[in-house]
Design a protein around this ligand. Structure first.
Ligand SMILES: Nc1ncnc2c1ncn2[C@@H]1O[C@H](COP(=O)(O)OP(=O)(O)O)[C@@H](O)[C@H]1O
Ligand SMILES: [Mg+2]
Length: 967
């Protein structure tokens, strides 16, 4: 989880849309180190001027594949980059990220953050080329910054050029190359710096860490006029020597050869020496170099002659109608020419390097499928005094605003039309009119400037201003002092009413800067030098080309206009994302939020308009998707979306259905959707997890049963029928019941098998014992081990006599016969022979008188009661009152009680009679043979001493009789 940031993370959610609440929210967030805030899909970034722990691989991972709107994710450039990358990869749409903001607002840092994110793109195919390109892309930075950045009063590492970089991706979405385009390098810095500023970093780096000896340079930067104009040659925190090393490492990695690097350093060195060249008037109207040794050094470094350079610097050569016309220059003009050479050398070196970088940072393998372009370009500039550079920069911003209108406002409204959405068109200021004012040909400001520059004869900025006044003075966005009639209006100036505010431009220097005069003879000197780099840099110095060159090279203004239109054309083919950078204070300090400064930027960046447009329109559209129709929707997408909306009970005013998209009015609604989604996802995750678990358990259950089958595959052949077989462990507690059922199924089956494997006699015995178990098991001790033979008096020839005994009673076989004790009513123990036939029970005296003492029909047995202890006594309850019998079946020393009960019970059942078998502590009986006599009660007590010798039990008479038995 990310920490929860303060404030509102998307300005479209602000309750009140005005500058105050906008700035207040920015401030709240800035003070909470929450430097990124959205305006819809635009990221507003406030420079924290300190390192924040919101970058790096872990943070990158957080944003990978995440949706920008996800409520638990803080706004970030990573999120914006991921969205662009994802759209590029999965929809195949080229993307561009446009970073704007004033100098020092954090544009270049933001572009590095983007690069970081892209360099972290997974190299799924482990393509070494991809790794090389990623590293190259990152390592071009120190090189570009060394040559293109400088310390200014606004930014210690200010980019002095506009940069557009295409990162090229292959079909797998991996970066395979890059291409840099630069705009309007601020080359005047080569000659001159404002107080407190420096020349481009590379010069100081070269002196601090470069081959100064070879270049005959001194380490001390203050010695060089081109470096010391700002009065600062050192930037507090910057280590120029270390930076040189890093820059050189970058050059090495990108692939600049040692020769190329040496030549680059030579050009730089020559520029520094050139700054030391001074002129004196010669005998005629011309000039000569007064610092000859410097001239010699330069000639040596550049591989040319001092004379060639001197002539070049002190003359101007132009081509007119195919003729080469050369005329001498005064010392003043020669200085101008010297500076122009230095600027040309630097600018051409810079361009040459960019070309080489583009050549090298591109893999020959890997096809380019899509690109993400990153535009890090100067934001609107309004200084005390604004010149040609500010004019170009602000024109650039007008163009970008046009693009913004084209790509967002207009496209947005056109999309509503296309989708058939009802919509009241909103008014927005279309700055087309300002772009036209500047660039229209003929009649635009640049065109009028060019006309003046190309006009033969003396030119003056003032005259040009007059021209502007008469040509376009009536334009609503153009104002001059004359037209305005206001005394406070600055002299020599015109005012442009830009979309972002009014700017006064001082016309001084416009013509010179636009012409950017560079005389052919100098180009020729460079071209003819022995240094191959210079030859490449100055192809226009080749005399062979002069004859045909009738046309003048384009002016700076026109060249810039052309490059801007190319840039816009490039961006126009891509889906844009915006990062708007804001500078919190002018002191480059952390923690300082200058509300006025911020308010000013919010205004001219048009951020409030951004919010308003977003809110006026439908803030969100998405290809229809379907959570309520989850997990399957079988209808068409449109009605699926409708189903979801109905389910969400969304107010019909809140949205409109387009043909392929859903348009939602209020951003809050979208956030609610998102929150809903956030909330619901864990539920689905749980569901999916539990499904998965079920699937896993099911699989394990299947495996369990397979194992079970294997285990018991040969069970039938096992003599023990699987007794003692180790059962496989159950994979899940849900199988506990199943397992115990299975085990009892197995036990039953096994018992049956065991029984079936026995002889018929044994089977019979087993059945009887099973019945016994239902009577006695866990109720009283009984002996299972013993065989039940039934007749324990065979020696006495009972069988022989039985027919005589049975005669007249109808029994056919002896079921049970044994010697027993019968207790009389007076508790006297009498020895008897007990015979259970299939119809009657006989009690005979021990002498086996054939006539039984008592015969009782089996059907007369009401119940048999036994005690729960070891006593072998049974009471046979008769249906005939007074005829109960109390018998001890333990005379033999064996417990035959159970056998007697079971066999008698079976005999009765066979005869169609059923009686109860009770196991009770206290038995009531009546054996008085007289129903009038009271019923007796017997309780049982274990006591060996109470027994008479040879007797299994003793009955002691009392109000309650006690039967003592051997424990
Ligand atoms: N996200 C950031 N985190 C920390 N410091 C930053 C950040 N953005 C900018 N800075 C600081 O501000 C300085 C100026 O930023 P930079 O990107 O060069 O501005 P710009 O390109 O807009 O002129 C940087 O050198 C750095 O010190
Ligand atoms: Mg920058």
């Amino acid at each position: 989880m990310q920490r929860k940031e303060k404030g509102i993370k998307d300005f479209v959610l602000l309750d009140k849309i005005d500058e105050n609440s906008f700035v207040a929210n920015l401030k709240t967030r800035f003070e909470d180190n929450a430097i990124y805030t959205y305006v819809g899909e635009v990221v507003v970034s406030v420079n924290p001027y300190k390192k924040l722990p919101i970058y790096g691989p872990e943070e990158i991972a957080r944003y990978r594949g995440k949706y920008v709107f996800e409520p638990n994710i803080n706004p970030h450039v990573y999120a914006l980059t991921d969205t662009a990358y994802t759209a590029m990869k999965f929809k195949g749409i080229d993307q561009c990220i446009i970073i704007s903001g004033e100098s020092g607002a954090g544009k270049t840092e933001a572009s590095k953050v983007i690069m970081q994110y892209i360099a972290a793109v997974e190299n799924t195919n482990h393509n070494t080329e991809v790794d090389r390109v990623k590293e190259q892309l990152l390592r071009t930075n120190p090189v570009l910054e060394a040559f293109g950045n400088a310390k200014t009063n606004r930014n210690d590492n200010s980019s002095r050029f506009g940069k557009y970089m295409d990162i090229q991706f292959n079909f797998s979405g991996e970066p395979v190359g890059g291409h840099v385009t630069t705009y309007l390098l601020e080359k005047s810095r080569v000659n001159h710096q404002e107080k407190g500023e420096r020349n481009f970093h590379i010069f100081y780096q070269l002196l601090a860490g470069g081959p100064t000896g070879d270049l005959q340079l001194q380490k001390d930067a203050t010695k060089y006029p081109y470096l010391n104009k700002g009065g600062t040659v050192k930037v507090g925190s910057v280590d120029d020597a270390a930076d040189f090393k890093e820059m050189k490492g970058g050059m090495d990695f990108i692939g600049f050869t040692a020769d190329q690097q040496n030549n680059i350093f030579k050009v730089l060195g020559a520029i520094l020496h050139l700054g030391l060249v001074e002129f004196a008037a010669d005998e005629k109207d011309g000039s000569k170099v007064s610092t000859k040794p410097v001239l010699e050094t330069i000639a040596k470094i550049l591989g040319t002659t001092p004379a060639a350079i001197e002539t070049g610097l002190s003359h101007k050569t132009i081509i007119s109608g195919g003729n080469v016309i050369s005329s001498p220059l005064t010392p003043d003009k020669a200085v101008y020419s010297r500076d122009a050479l230095a600027r040309q050398m630097y600018q051409r070196l810079f361009s040459w390097m960019i070309d080489r970088i583009n050549e090298k940072v591109h893999t020959p393998h890997g096809e380019i499928k899509n690109v993400i372009g990153v535009l890090d370009i100067y934001g609107f500039e309004i200084f005390e005094s604004n010149s040609f550079e500010q004019f170009c920069i602000n024109y650039c911003n007008e163009k970008l605003q046009q693009l913004f209108i084209e790509l967002t406002l207009k496209t947005e409204q056109e999309e509503y039309m296309k989708e058939g959405i009802q919509w009241t068109p909103i008014e927005f200021f279309n700055n087309r009119i300002i772009c036209d004012l500047i660039e229209k040909k003929p009649g635009g400001i640049i065109s009028l400037l060019d006309e003046d520059c190309m006009r033969p004869g003396d030119k003056s900025d003032k005259a040009w201003l007059e021209k502007l006044q008469s040509g376009i003075g009536a334009h609503a966005h153009f104002v001059t002092k004359k037209g305005h009639g206001d005394k406070t209006f600055p002299d020599n100036s015109f005012k442009l009413v830009h979309y972002a505010g009014d700017v006064f431009y001082n016309v001084n220097g416009f013509i010179d800067k636009n012409v950017d005069a560079f005389f052919k003879d100098l180009a020729q000197v460079m071209f003819e030098s022995k240094n191959p780099l210079l030859r490449e840099m100055f192809p226009d110095g080749d005399k062979a080309t002069w004859k045909n060159a009738g046309k003048m090279p384009p002016t700076a203004g026109t060249a810039f206009k052309t490059s801007m239109n190319e840039m816009i054309a490039t961006l126009n083919t891509k889906a844009p994302s915006y990062i708007r950078c804001i500078k919190p204070n002018d002191r480059k300090s952390a923690g300082v939020f200058d509300e006025d400064r911020v308010r000013h930027q919010v205004r001219y960046l048009g951020l409030l308009e951004n919010v308003r447009v977003r809110r006026a329109g439908f803030c969100f559209r998405a290809e229809s998707s379907a959570p309520a129709t989850y997990p399957h929707w079988r209808g068409d997408a449109r009605s699926g979306v409708k189903a979801i909306l109905d389910h969400l009970k969304l107010d019909a005013k809140e949205y409109q259905m387009g043909k392929t998209k859903l348009f939602v009015k209020n951003p809050k609604t979208v956030f609610t959707f998102e929150e809903e989604r956030e909330n619901i996802i864990p539920k689905y995750v749980t569901k999916i997890q539990s499904w998965w678990r079920v699937i896993r358990v099911r699989r394990r259950i299947r495996e369990y049963f397979e194992k079970l089958q294997q285990t018991f595959a040969n069970i039938k052949k096992d003599p023990n029928f699987g007794k003692g077989t180790r059962w496989p462990a159950i994979p899940h507690p849900v199988l506990k019941n199943a397992e115990s059922t299975l085990k009892s199924v197995h036990a039953n089956w096994r018992a049956k098998r065991m029984v079936l494997s026995l002889s018929p006699e044994r089977q019979d015995l087993l059945r009887k014992k099973c019945l016994g178990s239902t009577f006695f098991t866990s109720k009283r001790p009984w002996n299972l081990q013993r065989d039940w033979t039934g007749n324990y008096i065979p020696a006495l020839g009972l069988a022989a006599r039985s027919s005589a005994i049975f005669r007249g009673h109808g029994d056919k076989e002896v079921v049970f016969a044994d010697e027993v004790l019968k207790y009389s009513r007076g508790a006297r123990p009498d020895r008897r022979m007990l015979i259970v036939g299939d119809a009657n029970i006989y009690k005979l005296d021990p002498a086996f008188k054939v006539t039984p003492k008592r015969v009782m029909s089996i059907k007369q047995i009401k119940a048999i009661s036994v005690s729960p202890n070891k006593a072998s006594v049974a009471v046979i309850h008769s249906t005939q009152p007074g005829f109960d019998t109390i018998l001890d079946l333990g005379v033999s020393g064996q417990d035959r009680l159970s056998e007697f009960v079971v066999l008698t019970y079976l005999a009765a059942r066979k005869a169609g009679h059923k009686f109860a078998v009770n196991v009770v502590d206290t038995i009531q009986y009546n054996n008085a043979e007289n129903p009038q006599k009271p019923t007796q009660t017997v309780v049982f007590q274990a006591s060996p001493r109470a027994l008479k010798p040879g007797q299994p039990s003793t009955l002691k008479k009392g109000s309650t009789n006690t039967l003592f038995y051997a424990p």
